[in-house]
Design a protein around this ligand. Structure first.
Ligand code: F6P
Length: 371
């Protein structure tokens, strides 16, 4: 009898429960394995009661649920964990303890659903001999080697629907609406959300912007009779020669938290450009809620591949989507790269051709052509 563990790590993303469900069902129904859940990411291996048996009935009706029934942690890196020693908080590498616990608990394999941070830890545990397989998730879509991560499609829909709502109120009041979207250093969510929601200006980390271009674009729109403008700005966007805005600095166990560029852009447009402006920060609304049908499918399909990898003993790999087919690539490869928007990609070319401004140069004149 094979005994496998499944865990979810890093920020949650819609579709995690679909992974847990698919792993549990395929593990039990097709392979006759014991499937165990690990609570709160890698931390669960170290906590009393941190692992528990998953049965088919535990995963009934969770396919469409957001979040994760296992819990997650984005400060749960066992190679740099905050622990209390002699009454003092210190950062320690407790990875050997995790490896020992995985062995002591009798797990023959671990399936990990996570983003770049969680998959990086999986790679390092694989190097220590842990039989581990990854499933890529994140609303940021920034995991290298896969065409898409689950969670992204749901977050893009959330962004697009938010922009739809902002259009109507912006138009009514003749305002500029700035909306700040998540994504860390990657602009996928803002690019796809902005395109799907009809943004007039899209600012992403991969294309540094100039404030004067934003102002000129908005003023040109007003001259052409447009009553409102929508600016979609990624939390990691930055001006040419400038830096991203850090809401909270990182430390030994956490990456810096980005946020605030929406307010900065909004203040500039109102105070320097004379445009009545309001700012909306979508924040964690983008991560919550029920996964889209695409994300349920993607999460389930990737999880199916992960289970097949375990069954074949092909450890140290990540299930990925390539040209709408699932396959797998080494964890080493995924963890060694980052994925960012290519400023020359089709989506950006089309956006520019349809008059969207990326803040680096003026778009074609936005005046309506009447016959
Ligand atoms: O990586 C996913 C993500 O939602 C980013 O887009 C965002 O910057 C970050 O997580 C927010 O993390 P937290 O949950 O710590 O606020």
């Amino acid at each position: 009898m094979t005994r496998i563990a499944v865990l979810t790590g890093g920020g949650d993303a819609p579709g995690l429960n679909a992974v847990i469900r698919a792993v549990t069902r395929a593990g039990i129904l097709t392979h006759g394995w014991e499937v165990w859940g690990v609570r709160d990411g890698y931390d669960g291996f170290l906590k009393p009661g941190g692992v528990f048996r998953l049965h088919l009935e535990d995963v009934e009706h969770i396919l469409g649920q957001g979040g994760t029934i296992l819990g997650t942690a984005n400060r749960g890196n066992p190679f740099a964990r905050k622990v209390v020693r002699n009454g003092k908080e210190v950062i320690e590498d407790v990875s050997d303890e995790v490896v020992a616990r995985i062995r002591a608990l009798g797990f023959d394999a671990v399936i990990v659903a996570g983003g770049d941070g969680t998959l990086g830890v999986a790679r390092d545990l694989a190097h220590k001999g842990v039989p581990i397989v990854g499933v890529p998730k994140t609303i940021d879509n920034d995991v290298w080697g896969t065409d898409a991560t689950f969670g992204f499609d749901t977050a893009v829909s959330c962004a697009a629907h938010a922009l739809d709502r902002l259009h109507t109120t912006a138009e009514a009041h003749h305002r500029v609406m700035v909306v700040e979207l998540m994504g860390r250093e990657a602009g996928f969510l803002t690019l796809y959300g902005g395109l799907s929601g009809g943004a007039d200006i899209i600012l992403i980390p991969e294309i540094p912007f100039r404030y004067e271009v934003l102002c000129e674009t908005i003023q040109a729109r007003v001259r052409c009779g447009h009553k409102s403008s929508i600016v979609a700005v990624a939390e990691g966007a930055k001006p040419e020669g400038g830096h991203e805005i850090i809401a909270r600095p990182g430390d030994a166990i956490a990456v810096p938290r980005l946020g605030g560029i929406g307010q900065v852009v909004g203040k500039y447009l109102e105070e320097e450009c004379g445009a009545e402006t309001r700012v909306t920060v979508l924040g964690h609304l983008q991560r919550g809620g029920s996964p889209s049908a695409f994300d349920r499918w993607l999460a389930t399909t990737l999880a199916g591949e992960a289970v097949r990898l375990v069954a074949a003993g092909a450890f140290g790999r990540v299930a990925v989507l390539r040209n709408m087919q699932v396959t797998s690539i080494p964890l080493d490869e995924v963890a060694a790269h980052v994925r960012r928007v290519d400023p020359e990609c089709d989506a950006i070319r089309t956006a520019r051709e349809t008059g969207i401004c990326f803040g680096d140069r003026l778009p074609p004149a936005p005046c309506p052509q009447k016959a």
